[in-house]
Design a protein around this ligand. Structure first.
Ligand SMILES: [Zn+2]
Length: 382
């Protein structure tokens, strides 16, 4: 592309971003105020806001109250101009969500599954999707992307290489689900990466934040954020702290190694440990809490072990990455009050996330909405 066209597009994108950032962070605002706060001239502001009005991304609210002189026309960001479908598949449940551009869930559904066959899941998704579209009365062309989070290694092209806990190998979900979401791009995320982005979304100054999200459920996945961006590494597979060996010649892991962190500090590892000690329990957090409250020595011992193995892995993460935050999510967050783990390691704060599936889905929405609004509008090839 011609260099001067690229420059013009970059400037236009840059100016539009300034305006969009103000519009998305205020309730309503006039063109004059947009010009004043962005430092752009009024003609540029009018041209850009006209384009945004045409796209329905903003709405004209009519005249506001004058502070002397002409009454200002007020504009408002329209979060319902476009939608994103967010899906989380974790082996036992499917969370199906439709979000608007403010990442508000306008439709959510949880579906229990006992079969991870992609054909069966596609049928369930089709049902949910048709129901959502009908209920919301939205047009397919207004859905910009479908994002699917899976606890799996996902390469840079979005191909699932291995999802051991779901039993998937070498699967391309954009192929598997193409008839469900005709003509809508489908993007597959590693679940921990999506969680990391979701955690980032809740931090005030995301651009300057480094964090590691630890998703501890059946296994342990980690997502790495460096200066507000997801770090995926050369092949897209970075952040496998769950497979750092913490016990030499330890427990066999499905990855082929022995003694991986996830075989000692995941939710699954905790239940396995209870069973080894003679307390076989179904995976029911409330029942675990009851045993702990009743001072069941086996439950207390297993929880102690879990804490110390958790700490070893967290310290590895902190020493390797030195992030601002290490944020623990997924099933293990429910044990927050019983786990005795560091709250800070060498200056890295260790926190628990409040909610899980929503954070993961929100993370995917965050990155897609940000890309749609701020990066892809004028086809700038960086
Ligand atoms: Zn492993």
């Amino acid at each position: 592309m011609n260099k001067s066209i690229v420059n013009q597009q970059s400037i236009k994108q840059f100016n539009t971003n300034k305006i969009l950032k103000l519009l998305t962070s205020t309730e309503m605002i006039s063109r004059a105020e947009l010009a004043k706060q962005t430092g752009l001239n009024k003609a540029t502001v009018s041209k850009i806001t006209d384009e945004l009005l045409n796209e329905n991304l903003i709405k004209d609210l009519g005249y506001g109250i004058s502070s002397g002189g002409r009454k200002p026309k007020l504009l408002k960001f329209n979060p319902d101009a476009k939608y994103i479908v967010g899906i989380k598949i974790d082996g036992t449940d499917i969370y199906f969500t439709v979000m608007n551009m403010k990442l508000e869930n306008v439709f959510t559904q949880r579906i229990e599954i006992n079969n991870n066959d992609t054909g069966i899941i596609a049928e369930l998704l089709k049902e949910s999707f048709n129901h959502a579209v009908k209920k919301l009365g939205i047009e397919i062309k207004h859905i910009i992307e479908v994002a699917v989070a899976v606890p799996a290694t996902v390469n840079i092209k979005g191909m699932i290489l291995h999802a051991p806990n779901i039993g998937w190998k070498n699967i391309d979900l954009s192929e598997e689900f193409k008839d469900v979401f005709t003509d809508i791009p489908i993007n597959t995320f590693n679940e921990a990466n999506a969680g990391a982005l979701g955690a980032l979304h809740h931090i005030t100054n995301p651009e300057n934040t480094n964090l590691v999200y630890v998703s501890a459920g059946i296994g342990i996945g980690t997502g790495i954020i460096i200066s507000g961006n997801l770090y995926r590494g050369k092949m897209g597979l970075a952040g496998e702290f769950g497979h750092n060996v913490i016990v030499e010649n330890g427990r066999q892991c499905h990855c082929g190694r022995k003694g991986c962190w996830e075989t000692y500090a995941s939710e699954q590892a905790f239940y396995d440990s209870l069973e080894r000690k003679g307390l076989k329990m179904e995976k029911d957090i409330e029942k675990v809490f009851t045993e702990l409250k009743n001072n069941n020595p086996i439950a207390l011992e297993a929880m102690d072990e879990l804490s110390s193995y958790m700490n070893i892995g967290l310290e590895n993460v902190a020493r390797a990455m030195s992030p601002d935050y290490i944020i623990i999510g997924n099933k293990l967050r429910h044990f927050k009050n019983y786990l005795n783990i560091y709250d800070e390691i060498q200056g890295s704060k260790v926190l628990f996330i409040d909610k899980e599936s929503h954070t993961t889905i929100e993370g995917m929405g965050f990155v897609i909405a940000r890309k749609y609004l701020y990066h892809d509008r004028y086809n700038v090839n960086n």
